[in-house]
Design a protein around this ligand. Structure first.
Ligand SMILES: Cc1cc2nc3c(=O)[nH]c(=O)nc-3n(C[C@H](O)[C@H](O)[C@H](O)COP(=O)(O)OP(=O)(O)OC[C@H]3O[C@@H](n4cnc5c(N)ncnc54)[C@H](O)[C@@H]3O)c2cc1C
Length: 533
């Protein structure tokens, strides 16, 4: 088939773009995905989350470089490599960014990305269970459900936050994101709504879209500064595909800059050092890497529910699993994380804003091991950290992983934020209501008190919040890679559409925003081609 568009990467954004271009524009689309199908049932069930990260057929675990300000630690950065990308393995928290995040983008000269411009696209992707609100979408491909259970210990946490002066928020994706409230998740009746589930299962039968799995794209083909195709390997064979209109790269914050760099688009020095012929010197490709660095405190609990207890009981797990499959109603139908607190002040954003998640479980998700005692975790990240890192190829061979340096805690403001956050958790937990359910602080523990100790703890336990962004940033300055329509500067017929184009990390979990970006850029493409195709 001759294609109008090739979309590379069937992750959160790629599935949206492939769907919209093939279904709404009627274009002929080839969607190339490195990973396999999403047929593993654990992807689709809410409690399956913890089984995905160690499954090499589904998740690629990158390792970062030694991180200077974390005592030289190297961290694991998991990425979903499967249909749906990270949306098939993520924690399903559905959260929009703050209005003020987008004002910030507009102030940076990125036209058409103010709050009123993006809100319709957030709504377009959603099928929300919030009743009758102008703030939510009801016909979109992604089902969004509010956490329904009200566990006593969650209510106590809410009370602790209220007593410290944070307002109650009964719709954390509503008019305001401030304060404490129950989460919204991209799932329904215990089943995940990844972008593959939402967008690829709803394709028409017009035969104008081909989805090719196990297809690892290693180069964008460019002639006279115009992209016209890609080369890729599938089942050991080297193949090429061409498109008459555009190539759209949606391979995520790590792979998108890598693919551009391998194709001769990136910082001249880096490309030359790796023997890649420079097609265009774009210094920002791979720079500006940002992530939500995540810290957690764990408490041993009593007199309340913890998923740790459930995990210890084989029979209860089976019983709840069967209930989930048969009725969709079970304690397993909601993720372990229930409550959200945002410390931001109304009408003001700062690097000191923090966001907390309250989970009814504790342990090591990467190792798939919950603690044997009943416990809860209060984790948090700084909404808008200042530290910046980079992603750089180490070879012109696409098989080698790049050098990932998140550079966490390299800025003083970021360090202060984490010390504050750990202290704030202790203030919330001191509340009389919480005291009824808290047995003891497990981590950081009573021996960790002074600021330097809290900072040291952060350096030892901190990990990725799984939200890397920014390595092909949108903007108008010299370090930006794409313009406000996601077109790669100076190269025709090439766009990047995924988390890598987010110029400044947003507050909240980022998947809803990546889907929104997919919807918004798809509309730009449709507007551009609707009278041509
Ligand atoms: C463990 C985990 C938990 C998370 N939890 C949450 C959460 O609860 N809420 C939230 O909002 N966000 C969460 N996130 C983050 C969120 O899911 C991601 O930020 C988002 O999915 C990124 O979307 P993307 O389109 O940029 O990239 P991805 O979804 O990563 O898609 C990129 C796709 O491109 C493919 N690809 C890569 N290289 C190539 C290549 N060379 N050729 C062909 N295909 C290629 C990949 O296989 C992948 O399918 C989580 C992420 C992880 C990993």
């Amino acid at each position: 088939m001759e294609y109008d568009f090739i979309v590379v990467g069937a992750g959160s954004a790629g599935c949206v773009v492939a769907h919209r271009l093939s279904q709404d524009l009627n274009a002929k689309v080839l969607l190339l995905e490195k990973g396999n199908t999403d047929s593993n049932p654990m992807i689709h069930l809410v409690p399956g989350y913890k089984y995905l990260m160690q499954n090499k057929k589904i998740t690629k675990n990158y390792e970062t470089d030694n991180i200077k300000h974390l005592n030289g630690r190297r961290l694991i950065w998991p990425r979903g490599e499967v249909l749906g990308g990270c949306s098939s393995v993520n924690g399903m928290i559905h959260m929009r960014a703050d209005k003020l995040d987008f004002n910030d983008w507009e102030n940076k000269g990125i036209k058409g990305w103010g709050w009123n411009d993006v809100l319709p696209f957030y709504k377009k992707l959603e099928d929300s269970d919030i009743i009758n609100s102008n703030w939510h979408g009801y016909n979109g491909p992604i089902k969004v459900s509010t956490v329904k259970s009200r566990h006593i210990i969650c209510e106590a946490f809410v009370k602790g936050c209220l007593e410290l002066g944070y307002p109650f928020n009964n719709d954390v994706n509503g008019i305001s994101r401030n304060g404490v409230g129950y989460l919204q998740l991209s799932c329904f009746k215990g089943k995940r709504y990844s972008s593959a589930k939402g967008y690829l299962t709803k394709l028409n039968k017009k035969n104008n879209i081909s989805i090719s799995i196990n297809s690892n794209v290693n180069k964008i083909l460019i002639k006279n500064k115009k992209a016209y195709g890609v080369s890729y390997t599938k089942n050991g064979k080297d193949l090429t595909a061409v498109a008459s209109k555009e190539i759209i790269i949606s391979t995520g914050t790590i792979s998108s800059p890598v693919l551009l760099q391998l194709s001769g688009l990136g910082p001249q020095e880096l490309l030359s050092a790796n023997g890649v012929a420079v097609i265009h010197d774009i210094p920002g490709v791979g720079e500006n890497l940002q992530d939500h660095f995540q810290i957690q405190s764990i408490y041993k609990t009593q007199n309340s529910f913890s998923f740790n207890n459930l995990d210890q009981s084989f029979f209860r797990k089976i019983k709840e699993g069967v209930k989930l499959l048969l009725t969709g109603k079970s304690i397993l139908s909601e993720s372990a994380t229930h409550v959200f607190l945002n410390t931001k002040k109304i009408n003001k954003i700062s690097t000191q804003d923090l966001e907390f998640l309250f989970s009814l479980a504790s342990g090591d998700v990467l190792k798939r091991k919950l603690d044997t005692f009943p416990g809860i975790t209060i984790s948090f990240h700084q909404s808008r950290p200042k530290s910046r890192g980079s992603v750089k190829i180490l070879s012109k061979l696409s098989k080698l992983d790049p050098l990932i340096n998140p550079n966490y805690l390299s800025e003083e403001e970021d360090k202060i934020a984490y010390i504050r956050g750990l202290k704030l958790i202790r203030s919330i937990v001191k509340n009389n209501e919480m005291k009824k359910y808290i047995k003891s602080e497990y981590t950081p523990g009573n021996a960790v008190n002074y600021d330097h100790e809290l900072l040291q703890y952060s350096k030892i336990v901190g990990k990725t919040g799984y939200h890397p962004v920014g390595t092909c940033k949108m903007g108008i300055d010299d370090m930006s890679v794409v313009d406000n329509k996601a077109k790669v500067k100076s190269i025709k017929c090439l766009r990047v559409v995924d988390a890598s184009i987010i110029p400044n990390i947003i507050s909240g979990n980022i998947n809803a925003t990546v889907l929104m970006i997919g919807e918004k850029i798809s509309q730009s493409i449709i507007d551009e081609y609707k009278n041509i195709l």
